[in-house]
Ligand binder design. Structure first.
Ligand code: ADP
Ligand code: MG
Length: 221
């Protein structure tokens, strides 16, 4: 399967759908320990991407990630705007000319997540989106090193992302607005971890569907 920016319009639409379907749940999570705007912030970002989605297919990965990062940085706002802007701009910087296979993507994605850690001065266990992104990045790195088949990687990632999202429930927030609540932040899933999981699951769904189509129609390879 060729992982090219031609996939981006489908990926952006799938993420937009998933946010729309889960908006109420995410808002309730952010209302419990934040200010309730998280999904609206991200939906504003996705809407800005939707408006440009056909342009992305004509770019290479580095240029597409750069454009996505700049768009998200200005459209999202809140803590998550600068973090998602940082993520995609770092993905752009780490992108190379080589075709995007699992090994390359694992490396690029790990660099993106490292940039988010630096930007947010945060790490695993602080009840943020990083509690989803770090385990997924670790899993990708391990799977790439072992040359695990893409179909198996795609089958496993949702479990890793869901476990990361769920793990935030028992954590005390030490970053972002929820950290003001200290001990009272415990018992609620972090909204940013939830949307990170939703995004990852939406992306995996699209890619798994593409992989199935290519496997059933080898002439498309
Ligand atoms: P705000 O908190 O400014 O209203 P959002 O509601 O859009 O911004 O985003 C909140 C989410 O951002 C949190 O749920 C958390 O996952 C994430 N977040 C906040 N601060 C940090 C940080 N320092 N590092 C990583 N993620 C963070
Ligand atoms: Mg908020």
């Amino acid at each position: 399967m060729k992982l090219t920016p031609a996939l981006l319009p489908n990926l952006i639409e799938a993420i937009a759908d998933s946010f729309d379907k889960n908006a109420e749940e995410v808002t309730a999570l952010d209302q419990a320990i934040g200010d309730g705007d998280h999904v609206i912030n991200l939906q504003r970002g996705i809407k800005a991407l939707m408006a440009q989605r056909d342009e992305f297919s004509r770019l290479d990965w580095a240029a597409a990630f750069q454009k996505i990062g700049m768009t998200l940085m200005s459209a999202i706002g809140g803590a998550s705007g600068s973090l998602y802007g940082t993520l995609f701009i770092a993905l752009s910087k780490a992108s190379r000319e080589e075709p995007l296979d699992l090994q390359v993507f694992a490396d690029v994605f790990n660099k993106g997540v490292d940039a988010v850690k630096q930007r947010g001065k945060a790490d695993a266990g602080e009840k943020t989106m990083l509690d989803v992104y770090i385990p997924v990045a670790d899993y990708l790195r391990t799977a790439a090193a072992k040359s695990v088949a893409l179909s198996e990687v795609l089958a496993n990632i949702p479990q890793v992302a869901i476990a990361g999202m769920e793990s935030t429930r028992d954590m005390i927030a030490t970053k972002g607005r929820a950290s003001f609540l200290q001990e009272r932040s415990r018992g609620h899933i972090d909204a940013g971890a939830k949307t990170a999981q939703l995004m990852i699951c939406a992306i995996v769904d699209v890619l798994a569907g593409q992989l199935e189509t290519v496997t059933n129609n080898p002439e498309l390879l």
